[in-house]
Design a binder for this molecule. Structure first.
Ligand code: HEC
Ligand code: HEC
Ligand code: HEC
Ligand code: HEC
Ligand code: HEC
Length: 358
């Protein structure tokens, strides 16, 4: 098994050669001579020893010494796991139909809103710093341009939703967001998914208010509670009315990954605690192949869907719960409980207020 490291080094050498000539070409095109030694001939130095110059980094790990806090946010984030994330497993370099987004080359290389190109190397880094920030010889971002080894340059696109579009548009989030009231109010993807934190952007640098790279997502029950609002009440004649609203997501809920499921379960029990009725409504995206024929049951941003069921008991209670599953096929018992409400049922036919159990 000596062959693998040998191949790896050969690949690295070939790539560094390619990078050096590419850096040179970029500078020729820009009408400037390449500044200083080429990326490949520069010794592998400690970060403070790297001179400012054209972007010469080849792995996201190289950003860690200078951007420690951001790196730590990112390694815990799904973007860092995009290639080996269970049960995703596009873990096959040949799965070209997945790796454009799960192990892409920098998005700015192909351009905003264009499908990225497959990286062909370091698949295990998923979607990282280089993939979102690199634009030719620069690390671009929301800050003013500065002198640093990563050649920071301001690009206003970073504070808008378009920077997320290359990979997220094909799953629908961008178009849905554009048509939502949230977009009209100025909420970008970052506003909801990259929470503000007070932390340095550069290791040992000043603490500033910036956006975290640990995306807030449906993996956090708190975020699910923000996403949907449940209302349940008794109505005449002897019915329970249940409604669910997408009150907090700038796109459809659940997302367009067809293995997610959100559901509302309504159970009526009589005075003895025996179950007399049970209803279950499912909210789920439809598999791409079936979209033409099967309607999606996702809740659009701002949409309310209302259901009515007969009570079937004179006395007892109605329990309404909202559950969420990252994988639709797992049993409901293992779902995340998002909301739960109980309403007492009495024979006097009087509409009872909900006992809000939040
Ligand atoms: C999924 C895309 C994505 C990935 C991956 C990513 N970033 Fe960012 N980064 C952004 C966006 C978008 C912003 C701007 C957020 C804003 O201010 O609205 C940003 C902001 C920044 C900033 C400016 C922080 C400030 O002070 O405002 C730095 C520095 C940065 N990123 C470095 C990194 C590093 C280092 C990594 C890897 C450890 C990384 N980014 C990974 C998208 C990304
Ligand atoms: C156009 C870009 C793109 C392509 C191509 C793509 N994906 Fe994705 N994938 C995404 C994005 C963006 C998300 C996150 C969206 C979401 O969660 O709604 C995602 C999420 C997923 C998830 C959910 C992961 C989780 O945490 O549960 C799975 C599974 C997945 N993709 C599998 C695949 C597979 C397998 C392929 C190839 C057959 C593929 N994807 C091709 C962009 C892409
Ligand atoms: C030797 C230290 C060092 C290394 C290594 C380094 N950076 Fe930087 N980076 C900086 C400094 C310093 C700034 C300027 C921060 C500021 O303006 O406050 C910066 C700024 C940035 C910005 C903000 C750009 C802007 O104008 O908004 C991004 C994005 C960024 N770096 C990404 C990266 C990425 C990606 C890597 C790894 C491939 C990396 N950096 C490696 C020191 C470094
Ligand atoms: C280079 C492609 C790419 C870009 C650019 C990108 N994403 Fe993603 N994003 C993905 C992929 C792939 C996944 C699925 C990761 C997984 O779970 O396997 C994902 C997942 C997510 C998730 C779900 C996280 C979770 O916990 O399940 C959120 C939220 C998200 N992205 C937000 C953003 C935002 C906001 C931006 C823009 C600032 C952005 N993404 C830019 C590719 C990208
Ligand atoms: C008003 C806040 C808000 C805005 C704006 C917003 N989102 Fe979300 N997003 C949410 C909430 C809440 C969830 C969790 C509920 C869910 O899974 O749909 C979520 C979930 C997601 C997921 C995970 C879906 C899944 O099933 O894996 C992705 C990916 C995502 N958002 C991407 C985006 C992108 C890209 C944008 C910008 C076009 C965006 N979001 C704009 C609130 C928002």
């Amino acid at each position: 098994m000596r062959l693998a490291p040998l191949l790896r080094w050969t690949a690295i050498l070939l790539l560094s050669g390619a990078l050096a000539s590419w850096v040179y070409a970029v500078h020729r095109l820009a009408g400037r001579p390449p500044g200083g030694p080429s990326a490949a001939s520069r010794p592998a130095a400690r970060p403070e020893a790297i001179a400012p110059g054209p972007f010469a980094f080849r792995s996201n790990e190289e950003c860690e010494p200078c951007h420690r806090e951001i790196y730590e946010e990112w390694v815990d984030d799904q973007h860092a796991l995009a290639w080996f994330n269970e049960p995703l497993l596009p873990q096959d370099p040949l799965r070209v139909e997945c790796n454009n987004c799960h192990a892409p080359r920098p998005v700015l290389e192909t351009g905003i809103e264009a499908l990225p190109v497959i990286r062909g190397e370091r698949f295990e880094e998923g979607v990282g710093c280089i993939e979102c920030h690199r634009n030719g010889g620069h690390a671009e971002g929301p800050l003013p341009s500065a002198e640093a080894p990563c050649n920071p340059r301001r690009n206003p696109a970073f504070t808008g939703s378009a920077i997320c579009a290359s990979c997220h548009a094909p799953h629908g989030a961008i178009d849905e967001w554009r048509g939502s009231a949230w977009a009209a109010k100025g909420y970008t993807c970052q506003a909801c998914h990259m929470p503000l934190v007070d932390a340095p952007s550069v290791t040992s640098g000043p603490v500033r208010r910036r956006r975290s790279h640990r995306m807030r997502s449906q993996r956090d029950p708190e975020v699910l509670r923000e996403a949907v609002r449940l209302e349940a009440r008794l109505v005449e004649p002897r019915e329970v009315e249940v409604s669910l609203t997408n009150a907090g997501a700038g796109h459809s809920v659940p997302g367009e990954i067809s293995n997610r499921e959100l559901f509302v379960r309504t159970v009526v029990t009589d005075a003895a605690g025996r179950e007399v009725a049970r209803h279950r409504e499912s909210f789920q995206a439809v598999r791409r192949e079936q979209r033409a024929s099967v309607p999606s049951t996702q809740l659009r941003s701002g949409e309310t869907r209302t259901f009515r069921y007969a009570l079937g008991a004179e006395r007892g209670k109605v329990t309404v719960s909202v559950g969420y599953k990252l994988l639709a096929h797992i049993p409901d018992e293992r779902s995340v409980l998002v909301w739960r409400e109980e309403i007492a049922v009495r024979p006097d036919r009087e509409t009872q207020p909900a006992l809000d159990a939040r």
